[in-house]
Design a protein around this ligand. Structure first.
Ligand code: ZN
Length: 173
């Protein structure tokens, strides 16, 4: 296992539509393990492949309560098959936009079809924080960030802040 470097916004790789995963290879399993480790280390509850520079359609997540046992998940080639009319507002953050938390409104429940690491096709309904998480991560695979839901002025302020952060990080390296 090894930690991956998380790409910070703005970066062209975070704006691209990712490619379908074509079969479950040992490399893909290793990538999923590394992504989970990177996510737990950050720490975060979700991480999509483009955030570590891999332009493929998969993400990992774990929305288990802090006190309970970990529930690592890997979703490959996920797609929405249903979404509720009811919407929910959740405060969202993103490992590619560190330190920023903003309210985002999304469908409160969704169904998603995906493959797991055994290549098994699964359809599952997500609600609550899991629904927010899977929609946020699916957006990453389509080159969309949670700040894209905010007003232009807010987004520009956050982007400027992240540019400054990246400059500071580059100086430290
Ligand atoms: Zn994110």
């Amino acid at each position: 296992m090894s930690l991956k470097k998380i790409i910070i916004h703005p970066d062209p790789r975070l704006k691209k539509v990712c490619d379908e995963v074509d079969g479950i290879s040992p490399e893909l399993r290793k990538l999923a393990t590394d992504m989970l480790e990177t996510m737990y280390d950050a720490p975060g509850i979700g991480l999509a492949a483009p955030q570590v520079g891999v332009m493929e359609r998969l993400f990992v997540m774990d929305v288990a309560e802090k006190e309970s046992a970990p529930e690592p998940r890997v979703l490959i080639n996920p797609r929405l098959t249903w979404q509720s009319d009811e919407v929910n507002v959740h405060e969202e953050g993103c490992l590619s936009i560190p330190g920023i938390y903003e309210d985002v409104s999304r469908p409160s429940s969704v169904r998603m079809a995906f493959q797991n690491l055994d290549g098994v096709e699964i359809e599952e309904e997500f609600a609550g924080i899991a629904a927010t998480c899977v929609q946020h991560e699916l957006d990453h695979l389509n080159g969309k960030l949670f700040v894209d839901y905010l007003s232009g002025i807010k987004r520009r302020m956050i982007t400027a802040k992240m540019k400054k952060l990246k400059k500071e990080q580059a100086r430290e390296e």
